[in-house]
Write a protein that binds this ligand. Sequence first.
Ligand code: ZN
Length: 356
Amino acid sequence: MTTRTTMPRILLAVCAVVAAALMMFGPADVAHAQGKGKGGGGKQGGAPAPGPAATRTPNPAWANAEVHTLKVQGNVYMIVGPGGNTTVQIGDSGALVVDTQYEEVSDKIVAEIRKLTNKPIRYVVNTSADMDHTDGNAKISRAGAPVIGGNLGAVAFDNGATIVAHENVLRAMSEAAEGKADTNADKLPTTTFFQGQKEIFFNEEPVIIMFEPAAHTNGDSMVFLRRSDVIATGDIFNMNSYPVIEVEKGGNIQGVIKALNVVLDITIPKHEQEGGTYVIPGHGRLTDEHDVLEYRDMVTIVRDRVQNLIKQGKTLAQVKEAKPTFEYDGRWAAASGPGSTDGFVEAVFKSLSAKK
Ligand SMILES: [Zn+2]
């Protein structure tokens, strides 16, 4: 074995070069030069790197949560777990994953994908910057590999699957990480887009990532898998509660209704039965056009009622008192938080009162 004897020699040689460099430039310059040599200090090549240690405390409820897979149709599956629904499209070229839930369940999600295909995960797409849709980005991306020479342009080797999202998702995630020990660097999108939609042809299927401005946030996308005839909406459409509209993050009721109408334009039901185009909501069970139609109507009626109350000069407290959601609360009100009656009415009120 020669490696044992040659390795120290190489190390010695490296040390000598570094020592020489130190004498020539001083330590700061050397550190800078080393950073450059690694490709700008970004993700590392070679075997999957362990990545920065997660600094937030793991949530046992998420870690212990069950994860299961449902076949939707065509090439598409839905993985249900503690976070927002994950959509997986598979084929000869590998897997495309929409939304990654929480890091605590990343291993379980990768295991579910492995049951569907032994091909690499090539793309991760995020429907928004929300943690319950992006927290698993690093682990799930690292379990895969990018498409080299794909139609999203050049990507560096060995970076894991390409993470695709609207530019505003990258901005929101970067801002959220500012000043924190956990910079989320490995969770950030690696390919972003600005304009209306991003198209990828993958597994013999057009994948259309549609930006919906000012809806649930300022960075929402829906993902339409055109040949399989399935659309993943992210949190624009939520079967567990009223839409969660984060007005302070650029969300707006008008954008939610507009996006729901886009879904209704795309979906075609099977004649007088369930099926046709399937719709995977951000949260909750698998749905079709009929469910989206009812939801759109409910949301629109509440919007119109709040609009009328605002025209009458009512304050937020008075609008809440008027109960503009009353006949829907039994089905749609979440117990508390943004999808609750108060949270929803407040978001609608703020959306409509905001200065244009
Ligand atoms: Zn969500």
